[in-house]
Design a protein around this ligand. Structure first.
Ligand code: NAD
Length: 507
């Protein structure tokens, strides 16, 4: 039996380079200084896209366009019905173009084509859900303040929103933010990761086709400096929503503090799955395997550490190792592939460094632990890796590895399991496996996480809000709370009739 399941390159890839430009006030523009950057596929080594590289001029122009559009009211004052109509049309167009977009996303990220397709086509549902919120959102009325008073709380769009996204789920994460901001009536400046600009630009085309007015969504391509930093600090921006690393999240919060604009952050995670001895071990092992290898572990929701009861630890690890050997790693353009390439050489080295350091500190590699060669592809791949004997002090147990690497820790008591799960700076998601509803509920209430899965992993729905506690972030996305993030509230206290007693006594 071979150690891993590998899928070699299927055939030579024919690809027309995607030319990406900025979208500013309804027009596609190159950078003023003509600067460009190219994205080379991390799996296939070919140039996938060539993008205008933005600077201060383009960022200022995009923010000014969003400001003008917001203040002009073309979108911010439009009815919920007309906003919803555009969002629904965008959803339809995303589905029409999903195959084309998925292929480009696969080449830019290295992720498997079936998962890129699932990400893009699935995101259409986020646009549909946001459309439903655009029509149904409302404020509050207070009819209990006395016969001469009526209170009304209005919801208003917060204003101009900067949207900054990462490379790991470029289209999904954009769709967790943008349709909700638009449903609220905000105008936006969007910056995708410099590694994955194409699907954001393709969406820009769809927004125009769907009839979104000019200036409502502007796209600036480029790097964190100067584009992202200016989007965070600019006084004409009212809110910034960011998904990415905790380190950049901190710098964004600090840049935004100058104008005290609202900040929403979706950051990293070190998400545990806790397995009790009465759990359905086969189901748990499959979900652990999915949780660690999905998107090559380059996933904020990666279940990169498991905390297993000592009585079942050996059995669980044995099953996960056996399943890991069957997961298909290789050519991301092959529909059979389940795990593709690592996003960059530097990132591959970082992943390997975590494994090396854990071994040096006494952990044991049960499977993998090295780079993987895929026949016919020049890119970076990493073996499915299971590391046991991990202790809570090791970096591999505390930090995001963001690779296909599982850390195994063990526990003896329920309280010990909760303590280990909560012994993290992050608090994005957590899972519990037990046949006892009492154990699951008790754990779910004590664990510090924004999402808890019981006897499952990573199920998500547009209706169910998502976000982290502790250093995993600020604020929430999707679900009704995902809309609330982009709304301000305004209180109206109204007197009925001339019943107000004078404050100044009549002389
Ligand atoms: P990153 O923080 O390096 O970059 C994210 C985005 O921020 C990119 O567009 C980048 O150009 C921009 N940026 C970089 N420096 C900036 C600055 N100083 N000011 C403003 N913008 C700046 O993250 P990444 O490497 O692209 O993505 C991986 C990270 O994202 C991981 O840590 C992962 O956990 C996190 N992530 C979190 C979630 C979540 O929902 N919680 C989802 C996906 C990814």
């Amino acid at each position: 039996m071979t150690e891993f399941t590998l899928i070699a390159a299927s055939a030579a890839v024919h690809h027309d380079i995607v030319e990406c430009r900025h979208l500013i006030d309804g027009a596609w523009r190159a950078s003023e200084d003509g600067a460009i950057s190219e994205r080379v596929s991390p799996s296939h080594g070919i140039v996938v896209s060539r993008s205008a590289k933005g600077g201060t001029t383009e960022t200022e122009a995009a923010i000014a366009a969003a400001r003008k559009a917001f203040d002009g009211g073309v979108w911010s004052k439009a009815s919920g019905k007309s906003r919803a109509t555009v969002l629904l049309k965008v959803a339809e167009l995303i589905e029409r173009d999903a195959e084309k977009m998925a292929r480009v996303e696969t080449l830019e990220t290295g992720k498997p084509i079936t998962q890129a397709f699932g990400e893009v086509s699935g995101a259409a549902d986020l646009w549909r859900y946001a459309a439903s919120l655009a029509r149904t959102m409302h404020g509050e009325s207070h009819n209990t303040l006395g016969p001469d008073m009526l209170g009304v709380v209005l919801k208003e769009p917060i204003g101009v929103v900067s949207v900054i996204t990462p490379w790991n789920f470029p289209f999904w994460i954009l769709s967790q933010k943008l349709p909700f901001a638009l449903a609220a009536g905000c105008t936006c400046v969007v910056k995708p990761s410099e590694l994955t600009p194409s699907t954001t630009v393709m969406l820009g085309e769809l927004l125009i086709e769907a009839g979104l007015p000019s200036g409502v969504v502007n796209i600036v391509l480029g790097y964190g400096q100067p584009v992202g930093a200016l989007m965070a600090e600019h006084p004409e921006v009212d809110m910034i929503t960011f998904t990415g690393s905790t380190a950049v999240g901190r710098s964004i919060a600090s840049a935004a503090s100058g104008t005290l604009k609202k900040v929403a952050l979706e950051l990293g995670g070190k998400n545990p799955q806790v397995i009790f001895p009465d759990a359905a071990i086969d189901d748990a092992a499959d979900a652990i395997t999915f949780g660690v290898y999905f998107n090559a572990g380059e996933c904020c929701n990666s279940s990169s550490r498991i905390i297993v009861h000592e009585d079942v630890a050996e059995a669980v690890v044995e099953k996960v190792v056996a399943l890991s050997r069957k997961v298909a790693f290789g050519d991301p353009l092959n529909p059979e592939t389940q795990v593709g390439a690592i996003v960059s050489t530097a990132h591959q080295q970082k992943i390997d460094g975590y494994v090396r350091d854990a071994v040096a500190a006494g952990a044991k590699v049960c499977l993998g632990g090295a780079a993987l060669k895929v026949d016919g592809l020049p890119g970076e791949f990493y073996q499915p890796t299971v590391v046991a004997g991990v202790t809570p002090d090791m970096a591999i147990a505390r930090e995001e590895v963001f690779g296909p690497v599982l850390s195994v820790l063990t526990f003896r008591s329920f309280d010990g399991a909760v303590a280990l799960a909560n012994d993290a700076a992050y608090g994005l998601s957590a899972g519990v496996w037990s046949d006892s509803v009492h154990t699951c509920l008790d754990f779910a209430r004590q664990v510090e996480a924004g999402t808890v899965w019981t006897n499952t992993w990573m199920d998500g729905f547009p209706e169910l809000t998502f976000g982290g506690v502790k250093q995993s972030g600020l604020g929430r996305e999707i679900g009704p709370y995902g809309l609330e993030e982009f709304l301000e509230v305004k209180t109206l206290a109204m007197r009925i009739g001339r019943t107000r007693a004078p404050w100044v006594k009549a002389s």
